[in-house]
Ligand binder design. Structure first.
Ligand code: FE2
Length: 250
């Protein structure tokens, strides 16, 4: 793994910040064979080793829970966490916890009203995502129901919803913040890995102080070098040096 980063940084590697100040990656697809992330335990271990090399020491893995696509239950996620842990000895065991990334669709508010239990991390945080190409009419209602049920919603990769960035303005994001919805940004967005619009949005969110969590959202090892590159981004460096991020409270 050091080869990948060695090639990028050469001898400068030790002079640069790493992500250890964050301590916790709270958005990653590390469990084997449960979603579109790691396919097997070997891949899970490679992802974790790569993230450790970048400075992360605690992992909250967040498999997709998307009805009809990834029908993951709490029991299945916990089973997969046990499977992952079985790939390590007692002394090499990484600090991995399991939460989930819940897809908000039209039925979501009813599921919460009906008392469906969700996997949380930290202080009752629940990671949620929503359609990336068009607004979900039930988003506000879903977020309201989550809060009513005692959860603290965190919007995953907030910069990946270009329709929320109307006329290059952050009004919709500010409204979410005012409703106590926390925003998570993907580190790879700062490099343009998802596109130029997403890059512009994430930088605007960073400048406006609207980002509460940074995550890798890592799915495969090929994404590790992009994370190393994100570390050198000016906005990322400013976030790492600032006090607004909550990763290290987890
Ligand atoms: Fe994700």
């Amino acid at each position: 793994m050091s080869g990948i980063f060695g090639n990028l940084f050469g001898s400068r590697k030790n002079d640069l910040l790493d992500f250890s100040v964050l301590r916790t990656d709270m958005h990653a697809h590390l469990l084997p064979g449960i979603d579109d992330g790691a396919g097997n335990i070997d891949e899970s271990k490679q992802l974790i080793a790569g993230l450790q090399e970048l400075g992360f020491s605690r992992f909250i893995t967040t498999p997709h829970c998307m009805p009809g696509v990834f029908d993951n239950t709490i029991a299945r996620i916990q089973e997969k966490l046990t499977e992952l842990k079985s790939g390590y000895t007692d002394t090499t065991q990484p600090d991995v916890q399991a939460a989930a990334e819940y897809y908000i669709d039209t039925e979501f508010p009813d599921r919460i009203r009906n008392g469906e239990k969700l996997l949380t991390f930290g202080e009752h945080y629940v990671l949620v995502e929503v359609n990336m190409t068009q607004p979900e009419l039930k988003l506000q209602e879903s977020l309201f129901e989550l809060r009513l049920a005692g959860y603290k919603p965190v919007l995953a990769h907030a910069e990946r919803y270009p329709y929320m960035f109307k006329k290059n303005a952050l009004k919709e994001y500010e409204q979410l913040r005012d409703a106590d919805i926390l925003l998570q940004a993907n580190l790879r967005s700062f490099t343009g890995d998802y596109g130029e619009v997403q890059k512009r949005i994430v930088k605007a969110l960073a400048e406006a102080g609207l980002i509460s969590f940074l995550g890798t959202d890592i799915h495969r090892t090929a994404q590790l070098p992009m994370l190393a590159q994100a570390m050198m981004d000016k906005h990322v460096q400013q976030l790492l040096a600032g006090r607004q991020l909550l990763n290290n409270t987890l």
